[in-house]
Design a protein around this ligand. Sequence first.
Ligand code: ZN
Length: 134
Amino acid sequence: MKKIEHLGIAVKDLKVSNELFSKLLGTAPYKEEKVASEGVATSFFQCGETKVELLEATNPDSPIAKFINKKGEGIHHIAFEVDDINAEMQRLEKEGFVLINKVPKRGADNKMVCFLHPKSTNSVLIELCQEISE
Ligand code: ZN
């Protein structure tokens, strides 16, 4: 694991939260992106070395909709940057962590991602992400 690449925050209204976080961080989002397969609309803020990702559900079956129904808005996941996502997934599975997806999938912000099940990580949803090299 190289560093915390971003923090994911579940929000009810991306537009409202974009304004809030623009004020908080003193900068506008550098990117907004929908990930249809995950049912989310995202925006990204750069904050020094790391980023803040806001996530809004785009349909009622979205994992973000379920999260907000259960827990309300707030920190949804922590994403760690890795050099070799496949190797890291193998290593973590051997260590007993439960992978939510068995193969990396395409996430937002030009990344291949994999999530670890919170039941194996003290209830913290962990994302591994690796930049896609063009
Ligand atoms: Zn993320």
